[in-house]
Design a protein around this ligand. Structure first.
Ligand SMILES: *[C@@H]1O[C@H](CO)[C@@H](O)[C@H](O)[C@H]1NC(C)=O
Ligand SMILES: *[C@@H]1O[C@H](CO)[C@@H](O)[C@H](O)[C@H]1NC(C)=O
Ligand SMILES: *[C@@H]1O[C@H](CO)[C@@H](O)[C@H](O)[C@H]1NC(C)=O
Ligand SMILES: *[C@@H]1O[C@H](CO)[C@@H](O)[C@H](O)[C@H]1NC(C)=O
Ligand SMILES: [Zn+2]
Ligand SMILES: [Zn+2]
Length: 357
């Protein structure tokens, strides 16, 4: 599974290293030929670093942990050091926990591969887990909200409008293809909560404003070229929805053969979750998990996504949990065990009753 991740991962790493260390090299477009498996060696120096390790450029890796909310900045006028100290160990542990990785506190291979994966630009932390819900289906809940649990406050049933920027769009895909991908993405959420999304031509007045941007685009969250950060969106009721124009956006991998192609509908579905109030989930299969591989399609909401969003907005009367049970059962989570037990027991009792009668 990791082999497909390695190359893009390396690409991100190179980005990370080059950008922050030598301004002369920080052109926004890294030549495609540096995107090669052989570059893994650059990252290999961090492999299995642990508390006490002192590795050149570890400070760059610390910036990544800072960027996504795991490590606070050193005091004013101080820089991150190259030493793997206790604070960094805590950051690595928190990262592994949030990303659903085995918790080792070391920079093992799996952790480095995850760090190098393309991902959403929204921070993983600065939000809190909500109290444990009561329903028996909640056993696998890993969803999270933003601080203070913001949501859109409109009448129920709710209608939100979305609109594409009249200027900040991409030309590599037709407007029809883009429209359709977003319509499907909004549709995934629409089918589980009592909220309707309508496309509007009035960009200025739309609730959700969609645009593609290169590099620094004025909100302090600059995009970083091919792979790395793919997109970001703001929590309610901002509605700002930004995608990195430098990605090879795809609506169909049959016609888009690029190794670094990113599925537009998958990223759109994820970002809409943020726009509605969901933060990142640690369930790898969920739409709200922070990373997405090139050429990966992940558009179907998982039970974790559904429960998170329904706790904020309520349930679409047309929604049935039936279709989600299968994914729940096959999840390798402890919660799945409970559900499986439940089903086994119900089957058992049904059989018993059959025998008695
Ligand atoms: C790290 O994982 C990748 C993908 O599984 C593998 O190709 C590579 O050999 C691993 N590297 C080390 C040093 O274990
Ligand atoms: C880490 O290594 C660098 C260069 O190898 C050295 O200059 C520095 O003093 C080391 N720091 C610590 C805390 O050992
Ligand atoms: C921190 O890094 C900057 C830029 O690399 C450098 O100019 C500055 O002197 C460093 N500060 C300390 C306290 O090391
Ligand atoms: C539920 O389905 C019916 C029939 O397809 C549809 O008319 C109605 O708008 C749906 N309700 C919601 C809240 O989506
Ligand atoms: Zn995200
Ligand atoms: Zn932005």
């Amino acid at each position: 599974m990791f082999s497909s991740l390695i190359s893009p991962a390396i690409f991100l790493l190179i980005n990370l290293l080059l950008f922050s260390t030598s301004p002369c090299l920080s052109s926004p477009t890294i030549p495609m030929n540096s995107y090669k498996y052989s570059n893994w060696e650059k990252f290999e120096t961090f492999l299995d670093a642990r508390r006490g390790s002192n590795v050149t450029q570890m400070s760059e890796l610390k910036k990544y942990f800072h960027r996504f909310g795991y490590l606070i900045k050193p005091q004013e006028n101080q820089n991150f050091s190259d030493v793997f100290d206790a604070k960094f160990e805590h950051a690595v542990i928190r990262y592994q926990a949030r990303l659903g990785l085995p918790i080792t506190g070391t920079l093992n291979n799996q952790t480095l591969v995850q760090i190098m994966s393309p991902r959403c630009g929204v921070r993983d932390r600065h939000h809190h887990h909500n109290p444990k819900p009561k329903s028996r289906f909640h056993a696998t809940r890993k969803f999270a909200y933003f601080q203070d649990q913001p949501r859109w406050n409109r009448g129920v049933p709710m209608t939100l409008t979305y609109s594409f920027s009249p200027v900040d769009m991409i030309t590599s895909l037709s407007m029809t293809n883009i429209r359709d991908a977003f319509k499907r993405a909004f549709g995934h959420w629409e089918s589980v909560i009592p909220v309707t999304f309508i496309e509007s031509d009035d960009y200025g007045f739309a609730d959700i404003k969609i645009g593609f941007y290169n590099g620094d685009h004025g909100d302090g969250e600059a995009f970083d070229g091919v792979l790395g950060v793919l997109a970001h969106a703001f929590s309610p009721e901002s509605g700002r929805f930004h995608l990195d124009a430098a990605e090879t956006w795809a609506v169909d991998f049959e016609s888009e053969k690029s190794k670094v192609a990113i599925d537009l509908e998958s990223v759109a579905t994820h970002e809409i979750g943020h726009l509605l109030g969901l933060a990142h989930s640690s369930v790898k299969e969920s739409v709200m998990y922070p990373s997405l591989k090139p050429r990966e399609k992940k558009v179907d909401l998982k039970l974790d996504d559904v429960r998170g969003i329904q706790a904020l907005y309520g349930t679409n009367p047309n929604f049935t949990v039936g279709g989600f049970l299968e994914s729940e059962i096959y999840s390798n989570d402890a919660g799945a065990f409970h559900l499986r037990t439940l089903i086994l027991f119900s089957t058992f009792f049904a059989l018993m009753i059959g025998v008695i009668l």
